[in-house]
Design a protein around this ligand. Structure first.
Ligand code: BG6
Length: 487
């Protein structure tokens, strides 16, 4: 049975003319409308500092974004025009906030809406504290009788444990945790969510999912893309902040968590937090940092990180990191988890490899060599989506010669079209479902684990663009390299 439509209200996009709003949020809202999954009376208010913009120019910007995302205005209906509004925030002085509050009240009165407000802060991290305080001080964090007020914030959630704690404190000074939706867009990906279904919908795996049966686990997020035009942001972040502390920590928690009591926000987020709490401090010998040098990607020459526009020549920022993580709990004691991510690698591939323990005795030998390989499960998150379970089968004609063969499932072949992460996440915000959003405790635990790596003395290992990272990092990986790289 189809889920009921979320009730209508106002979606207020701070950073309403910015990159995220144009590339993702406005098209996602329009697509939800086109698919009949958002209430047609929902209205969007773009908020930005530019006083020159007005309703007409905002509607024009939205039209271009929506059409640029491959949707026509015929499909997007009022989300291409009549349902869109614009409110300038000027310099964010108290009177600007009061004007915003008055505008929201007027729109609700004019369109007969109960105050159900979603404030989406699509803003740089530095701008978050002032915006959260601005909302709170203007009385905009309050929840009206019969309505709600929700706040959506984007990663990065701080730059280290201290700043993350400060951000949590600012948020909690004005909003309560049930109002806060912290977005990590990886949780909106269908294949990431499918991890829960894979683990908890298929009882055969749950009984194998522990230190008795699993030898090691690798989570790899490899990108072909370089830093592009984002050097200003990236050079201050690096792979640790950009990918490990957020996306990798989230996927690791889903892979390693205990079975939640129910599939709800409270249970799932509690179990994910427990995984992060159980991670042992990571020592310098268990991490390798790398940085790409010039090389070739798909036959095209690309510059090294230090030659990218905007990267300071003295930069010591990592574009690759690989590490071994230990989870000190009953289920995982002794099982290494390898985390790896890098830019400008030879192939884009986000994969989870679960290597099972080998048979205790080798009964299949050929020419003095054991022909048994370890069973391997590869969960493919992107760009190809699905999974392969590798098993040994006997080659015809020989009693002891075995070959490793995958049993495979391809998401794209079986299901036509999967929703974009932002569509899923926006809809969940409107429904008030926090399962796929990050709790404050997860943020802080993740910084507790990965924050100290930022301070570590680092040997930077160069790797040519188009390779698979520095040779020194090969030890932090399961042995099935070609499969993990998507080759
Ligand atoms: C973002 C990072 O959060 O995730 C980017 O800031 C990275 O640097 C991106 O490229 C990867 O996301 P996806 O969905 O393309 O795997």
């Amino acid at each position: 049975m189809a889920q009921p439509l979320p009730e209508p209200g106002l979606v207020v996009l701070f950073g309403g003319t910015g990159d995220l709003a144009r590339r993702k949020l406005l098209p996602a809202l329009a697509r939800l409308y086109a698919e009949g999954r958002i209430h047609p009376h929902t209205r969007v208010v773009g908020v930005a500092t530019n006083p020159k913009n007005d309703e007409a120019s905002y509607r024009q910007l939205a039209r271009e974004s929506i059409e640029g995302a491959g949707l026509s205005c015929a499909e997007a209906g009022p989300f291409c025009g009549a349902s869109l509004h614009y409110q300038p925030l000027g310099e964010g002085r108290p009177e600007d906030w009061t004007a915003l509050a008055a505008r929201l009240r007027d729109l609700e009165a004019e369109h007969g809406l109960v105050p159900r407000r979603t404030f989406y802060l699509a803003l740089p991290t530095e701008a978050l504290p002032a915006s959260v305080a601005g909302l709170g001080e203007a009385g905009l964090a309050a929840e009206a009788e019969g309505g709600y007020t929700r706040l959506v914030v984007e990663k990065p959630f701080g730059r280290d444990l201290k700043s993350a704690q400060e951000l949590v404190d600012v948020l909690h000074a004005h909003f309560r945790e049930h109002q806060i939706f912290r977005i990590d867009h990886y949780l909106g990906k269908e294949t990431v969510q499918n991890l829960l279904a894979f683990r908890f919908g298929n009882a055969i795996f749950e009984s194998l999912w522990n230190r008795d049966r699993i030898a090691s686990v690798e989570i790899t997020m490899g990108e072909e893309l370089g830093v592009g035009t984002r050097a200003g942001y990236y050079d201050r972040s690096g792979a640790l902040r950009d990918m490990v502390q957020s996306h990798l920590a989230q996927v690791l928690s889903l892979v390693a968590m205990e079975v939640p009591t129910v599939l709800g926000a409270k249970s799932v987020r509690y179990e994910k937090t427990k995984v992060l709490q159980a991670i042992a401090p990571i020592g310098a010998k268990d991490v390798v940092f790398g940085r790409y040098t010039a090389g070739e990607i798909e036959g095209k020459s690309v510059p090294g990180y230090l030659q990218e526009p905007g990267v300071p020549p003295e930069s010591n920022t990592e574009t690759f990191v690989a590490m071994k993580v230990e989870i000190l709990n009953w289920r995982w004691q002794g099982v290494p988890f390898y985390l790896r991510t890098g830019k400008r690698l030879g192939r884009r591939a986000t994969r989870i490899g679960v290597r099972f323990k080998s048979s205790p005795v080798c009964m299949f030998e050929l020419d003095g060599m054991c022909k048994i390989s370890s069973n391997l499960l590869i969960l493919k998150l992107q760009p190809d989506q699905g999974f392969s379970l590798y098993m040994d089968v006997k080659r015809p004609g020989s009693a002891t010669d075995l070959e490793r063969i995958p049993l495979s499932f391809d998401y794209g072949k079986h299901f036509q079209g999967t929703p974009e992460a932002y569509q899923t996440l926006l809809l969940d915000v409107l429904r008030g479902d926090q399962t796929l959003f990050v709790h404050a405790d997860e943020v802080l635990e993740s910084w507790r684990v990965f924050g100290p790596l930022l301070e570590m003395e680092r040997d930077m290992h160069d790797y040519p663009a188009g390779s698979f990272g520095p040779a020194a990092a090969e030890k932090f990986a399961i042995p099935d390299r070609a499969l993990m790289r998507g080759e």
